[in-house]
Design a protein around this ligand. Structure first.
Ligand SMILES: [Zn+2]
Length: 415
């Protein structure tokens, strides 16, 4: 496929690979961002050219997109090699790198930042888009949820593509509903605060627990927007496909959240002709995603790293964490958002009764929140001090973005 590219695009793709390799060799990260930037500088249409003639799936949403991208690429891997951006470089530079580094694949699965979905759609002409969820990413950006839902809705309207969407998120449903074809997945929604109001008419969204106690039906009290019937559902440890077949999902990733991510991946892969039974063994091989979920042995402790970037992410992390001593680490640097008042939107009660240590630039803000929530804790100055203070055995470490990267660095860059 690369031989069909025009000369400028071939040079640009070669430069992308070269710069990325140089960046890796000199220890400056995986090089996908800088490599893509150089490639796009040489040929601004490089993404479009590299995506042409491939079958592309895009994965977007506030939370879970890196994991779902990884699972989807694993599932579609049944059909052959897949180009992907597995480390979360989800802007055009990262997409160019992912495709330039795997020039001859028939399939590509790309994680896309929520804001860039229109751009990625124009350039990559995807066959399938997976829409996971939309919640506030940082308090600074809280007002953007409805705006992004509108952006997505306008993006899919009138395009010839298939959307795989979370039926439990009203914002996602409203966006996906404008698409020609949709597969609905009962992927769940723990965080309701950002979809309390209907994006169509502004009325309140009403939620009613299902008779089976798990799914929650929702509907707008002012218009016809309501939870669609899901073709793909979850039942404890299993995913049920549109034909009603039950598939036991054995993942090496924790929590119901990741089983829901697996259901999304299976639904996307099915659009490419991959049967769940063929995909499931490959999903089980995914053990760590960009350092997340990895269990690292250190000083008699088995430390698992969980990333929580926003309120919805914290609730999901509590779902994934085992009943074990837990380190919470919070910074408030630029990538984290500077305002930590969101801490008061998150219910930390699931941590009551556990040994809880806190650390990070904003440990004191967190401490106040935990005190109000009735969770006992001890403050430590560093990750090393936290390890020294923990008993041997399993330790859960939940951190926001820059705190997570710090811990990862201290553990020598877990892959
Ligand atoms: Zn409404």
């Amino acid at each position: 496929m690369s031989t069909q590219l025009p000369l400028r695009a071939r040079l640009a793709a070669t430069a992308t690979r070269g710069v990325a390799a140089f960046s890796r060799a000199t220890g400056r990260g995986d090089g996908s961002v800088i490599g893509g930037r150089v490639g796009l500088g040489i040929d601004p249409r490089l993404l479009r050219r590299l995506a042409a003639n491939r079958q592309v799936a895009l994965v977007s949403g506030t939370n879970g997109k890196t994991t779902t991208t990884r699972l989807t690429a694993a599932a579609i891997g049944v059909l052959g090699p897949v180009a992907s951006n597995p480390f979360g470089a989800n802007l055009p530079n990262g997409h160019v790198s992912a495709l330039a580094l795997a020039p001859d694949t028939d399939h590509a699965v790309l994680e896309v930042d929520e804001h860039y979905l229109p751009h990625a759609c124009d350039a990559a002409q995807p066959r399938v888009i997976a829409m996971l969820n939309l919640t506030r990413d940082q308090l600074d950006r809280a007002m953007e949820v409805a705006m992004i839902a509108k952006l997505w809705r306008d993006t899919v309207r009138g395009r010839h593509l298939h959307v795989v969407a979370n039926a439990d998120d009203p914002m996602v449903v409203w966006a996906a509903d404008a698409a020609e074809e949709v597969s609905w997945v009962a992927a769940g929604q723990r965080w309701h605060d950002d979809s309390a109001v209907c994006p169509e008419c502004g009325s309140a969204i009403e939620r009613v627990p299902h008779a089976n106690g798990t799914a929650i039906h929702w509907r707008c009290t002012g218009c016809a927007l309501a939870r669609p019937k899901a073709q793909w559902t979850l039942d404890d440890e299993a995913v049920i496909d549109p034909d009603g077949n039950r598939h036991d999902v054995k993942l090496n990733l924790p929590g119901r959240v990741n089983r829901a991510n697996a259901a999304m991946a299976l639904a996307v892969a099915a659009r490419f002709g991959v049967r769940p039974n063929d995909a499931l063994p490959r999903l089980a091989e995914v053990t760590s995603v960009a350092g997340r979920y990895a269990v690292v042995e250190r000083d008699g402790k088995a430390i698992r790293l969980l990333l929580a970037k926003n309120p919805a992410g914290w609730l999901e992390a509590f779902d994934m964490a085992e009943q074990a001593p837990t380190l919470l680490c919070i910074n408030a640097r630029d990538p984290d958002g500077l305002d930590t008042s969101w801490l008061f939107d998150v219910d930390f009660a699931p941590l009551r009764g556990r040994r809880v240590l806190i650390s990070g630039d904003r440990a004191y803000d967190l401490g106040v929140r935990l005190a109000v929530n009735g969770v006992d804790f001890v403050h430590v100055r560093s990750f090393t001090d936290a390890l020294a203070a923990m008993p041997d055995g399993r330790v859960e470490a939940i951190a926001n973005y820059t705190a997570f990267q710090q811990i990862r660095a201290e553990l020598n860059r877990v892959d």
